[in-house]
Structure formats: C-alpha cells, structure tokens
Design a protein around this ligand. Structure first.
Ligand SMILES: Cc1cc2nc3c(=O)[nH]c(=O)nc-3n(C[C@H](O)[C@H](O)[C@H](O)COP(=O)(O)OP(=O)(O)OC[C@H]3O[C@@H](n4cnc5c(N)ncnc54)[C@H](O)[C@@H]3O)c2cc1C
Length: 467
C-alpha cells in the first residue's frame, strides 16, 4: 500500500506527472495495446529524465512495491502495467538525436519506431525497427528486434552501440562493448530483466526509397501461394525481408471490392536496394497467380514501416502463440492454411516471417543473449477479437492451432512474441546455456528480482551483486 506521504516525498524530486487512481488521466495511462489487460497500479510515474526513473525505482524498492516498465504498452502480455505497484512510464522520454555523419541515432526510452524512422528519413537513413510503426524502441530492442531490414542489417539489438541503464539499486550506468560488457550482453536479448534503459544509441544505415508492398491472393489459394513464396524466398537476396500472411481485409464500407472483408493470403514486404533491381527480383512473386491486388511501389522507408499498421490496431483483445519453425514443409503450410479456414475472429492474423539467411545469422550466437539465430522462419499467430465474450473460443482456437503445428516447430521461440508461456517459454526462448548465464547476471544486477513484470529470468542463487 502506497501512502500519501510517500507520494508527496517523491513529488519533491520528480519532474514528470504522478498519477494515482483518483486522477482523471489515470485510466488512459493504465490502458495498453491489448484490451484484455486490465490492471490497476497504485502509481503511474510518467518520467521525463533518468533522474525521474531513479526516483521512481528507489521509491518502489523502499516501499517493496511491484514495478512495471512502460515504453508504449505494446507488449501482448501486458507487462507494462501491474496491479498495486508502480508503473515506471517512459513514454514522455522521446528525445531523438541523429548524427548523420557518424550514422548513429540516440533515442529516449519512450519512443516508438515510427518516430525514430521519421527522424532518420530526412537524412536518407533508417533503423531496422519493427514491421509496424507503433511498437516501442525499448521492448522490441531489448528482446531482439525483427523488422523490414533484418536480413540486410540484422536485429535491432545487433545495431545497438550503447545504452544508459538505471539498475535496481538506483544507479545509472552505461552498457556498451567497453563498459559493463556483461550487462551489455544481457540487455541484448534479456528484455527488461536487468534494468531500465533510459536511452539507446544505434548504428543506422543509408536507406532512401525502398520497393515495398504486398500481393494479395484469395485465402483458398493460400497453400499454393505460400509454396510459391517459399520457392521465391529460397534464393531471395538479403535486401528482401518478406512475410506471408493470412488475414481478413477490413470489412469497411470504404474498402475496395473484391477485397472488402475477404479472407486473404498476402505475400510481401520490403526490398531495400536499388528500385530497378528490386523490380526485377520481385517480378516472379508479383506475376504469380495473377494476384487479386499488387500494392508494391517505391516509397520512403518510414512510409513502408507503416504499411502493415492497419492489421494490428490497438484496443482489441489479444492472445499470441509463436515459434521458430524447423523448416517450411508442405505439412506446416497445409496446417497453417487449414487452421486459418476455421479462425473464429476476422481480426486474427497469422504471419510467417523469413528473417534468417542474412545479417542476423552472421552475428555469432554467443555474442548476445538473444536466443536462436539459426532458424530462418518464424510463425506468429496473432489472435485478436473485439468482444470480451469471445475470449474463450479465440484462446482455444489459438492453442489448438499451435498444438497442431508442434511437429513443425523448432525447439526455439522469440521472447518478444511470447504471451503466457511462463517459465517454460523463457527456457525455450534462451536455451539452457544462455539462460544459466542470464540467471547469474540477474543475480548480479537485480538480486531481488524487482524487474519481474517481463518474461522473467529469475536470479541464480549465490552470485555477486552489482555495486
Ligand atoms: C502489434 C504488434 C506488432 C509487433 N511487431 C513486432 C515486430 O515487428 N518486431 C518485433 O521484434 N517485435 C514485434 N512485436 C513484439 C514487441 O517487440 C514486444 O511486444 C515488445 O515487448 C514491445 O515493446 P514496447 O516497448 O513497445 O512495449 P511495452 O509494453 O511498453 O514494454 C514491454 C516490456 O518491455 C520492457 N521494457 C519496456 N521499456 C523498457 C525500458 N526502457 N527499459 C527496460 N525494460 C523495458 C518491460 O519489461 C516492459 O514490460 C509486436 C507486438 C505487437 C503487439
């Protein structure tokens, strides 16, 4: 229980907003992307600086209150909010400084990828970011960071040069290849387990216009279309980062016929190279069918990063399952298509990502805490629905679909796409060797597990602590 006097004490050294259940802005500030999450924190501390973050961490520790950390609130498991604890909300910390000569960008812990790439685009630079624009820089980078440049330039965390981190003991430290190297290793994949990152410095890349878009086929032709995509992907250059999607086109009266409300298979993504070369490379994929629609065109990268946003609007109920695949066999494709035909909600999207066979595979496996670089294909089932009464049937369908896909799943999952898998999921995400090292570093940097609203790495017994 947080007393008024503790909050008043914090006020004297805190420069952002402090929201409690009595405040008008409280409900909006505790709302996250997934409408199924409804938690009531004792305090939401909207931080404006590392000093604010330190003050909030110290208060929560001294009062023995749970902590959750929020960047955008996008995480499907809703880790950004907790019941009865302190939300350390970084969303006001959106400073973005580009150094075009050094090709780096420094980003505050509350920014999203759309904002970062908007700031980079005038310099014809881009960061990998995510496949949609509203995902947060913080959570995405700390867990991995898959986006439209991953095959060419690696994961978001492969491009991280340094980070400013507030530790559980309230100290602000730098993590980089030359300072606190063990912490730098751990935060590149270990999520928010080791501290609160107040700013990130990334390497960025020359990217002007890209050739981006999607070809759409009817869902009943999906099995053949995905096989065609598999053949295309087998030799596609690293400039291509593409996915295959099963989804329903929004049933909006202004939507074009025959797409409106239709069950579709989409094949597409970004070609980040010379446009004429991209036209040549993508031609077989675009000619196949022919498709119902072909949206590929040349556009700035920050526009391409928004092209899939319409598929994942905030405010729906959500439940996800995900795994790397042990290949992309006919059996896997047929099972995905079979389950999509029975999907209970038209808001659900099934995504097959081809992220591997490129830059992320060239980073040695042991270089970062991120688990499992060797699996080129990743499946994520993003179930979404609008009415809470439909929860049980959507969760049951998602679980059944995932079970049916188990024979085709690798023993490996991407931590940022996990939902309610718990300790077993954490083991799958890191594997035994990395998890053991992460647990030992957790014991050093957060021995009391104050940062546990996450895919939690528990501290190993009896290790030294961070001074
Ligand atoms: C619609 C949708 C699309 C997605 N697309 C992609 C994608 O294209 N590529 C991809 O790789 N992932 C993607 N994801 C997964 C995404 O990476 C995770 O959900 C991630 O946790 C989101 O981070 P966030 O900061 O936006 O979210 P938040 O909910 O704000 O944060 C999630 C968790 O990250 C930790 N955290 C956040 N900020 C900090 C910080 N500054 N310091 C320490 N810990 C922190 C905390 O544990 C927090 O609870 C997507 C998710 C959704 C819902």
């Amino acid at each position: 229980m947080l007393s008024k006097s503790s909050i008043n004490g914090l006020k004297s050294r805190f420069h952002g907003e402090l929201l409690t259940p009595e405040d008008h802005a409280y409900d909006a500030a505790r709302t996250v992307f997934n409408a199924a999450i409804n938690r009531r924190p004792a305090l939401i501390a909207r931080c404006t600086s590392p000093e604010d973050v330190i003050a909030a961490v110290n208060l929560a520790r001294d009062e023995q209150l749970p902590i959750s950390v929020r960047c955008t609130g996008h995480n499907i498991a809703g880790f950004a909010v907790c019941d009865d604890g302190v939300v350390i909300d970084l969303s006001p910390m959106k400073t973005i400084s580009v150094d075009p000569d050094a090709r780096t960008v420094r980003v505050g812990g509350g920014a999203n990828w759309g904002e970062v790439n908007d700031a980079l685009q005038p310099f014809d630079l881009a960061a990998t970011g995510g496949f949609v624009s509203i995902t947060g820089v913080s959570g995405l980078t700390l867990g991995g960071g898959l986006g439209w440049l991953v095959r060419k330039h690696g994961l978001a965390l492969d491009n991280l040069l340094s980070a400013e981190v507030v530790l559980a003991n309230g100290r602000l430290v730098t993590a980089s290849a030359s300072e606190n190297e063990d912490l730098f290793w751990a935060i590149r994949g270990g999520g928010g387990n080791f501290g609160i990152v107040t700013s990130f410095e990334f390497r960025v890349h020359p990217v002007g216009a890209v050739l981006a878009g999607i070809v759409l086929h009817p869902a009943d032709a999906a099995a053949a279309a995905i096989r065609e995509w598999r053949t295309f992907e087998a030799t596609s250059p690293e400039a291509c980062t593409q996915g295959a999607l099963l989804f329903h086109f929004p049933d909006d009266p202004s939507g074009p016929e025959p797409l409106r409300g239709a069950a579709l298979c989409g094949l597409g993504g970004v070609y980040a190279g010379a446009i004429e070369e991209g036209e040549r490379v993508l031609r077989p994929l675009r000619d196949y069918g022919p498709p119902l629609a072909d949206t590929f065109e040349s556009m700035p990268y920050n526009v391409a990063q928004r092209m899939a946003d319409f598929l994942w609007p905030p405010g729906l109920h959500g439940y996800w399952k995900s795994s790397f695949l042990n290949g992309l066999s006919d059996g896997a494709i047929d099972t995905i298509v079979e389950y999509f035909a029975k999907v209970p909600s038209k808001r659900t999207v099934m995504v097959l990502e081809h992220n591997g066979d490129g830059a992320m595979d060239r980073v040695p496996e042991a270089a970062t805490a991120f688990g499992h670089r060797g699996w080129p294909y990743n499946l994520v089932v993003t179930s979404a629905w609008s009415d809470a009464a439909d929860t049980d049937k959507n969760v049951a369908w998602t679980r059944a679909c995932f079970e049916a896909l188990r024979p085709f799943s690798a023993p490996a999952a991407y931590v940022n796409y996990m939902d309610d898998e718990g300790a077993e999921g954490v083991r799958t995400a890191y594997g035994a060797t990395k998890l053991a090292r992460l647990m030992s570093l957790k014991a050093k940097y957060d021995p009391r597990n104050q940062f546990r609203m996450n895919q939690n790495i528990t501290p190993a017994a009896a290790a030294g602590t961070a001074g």
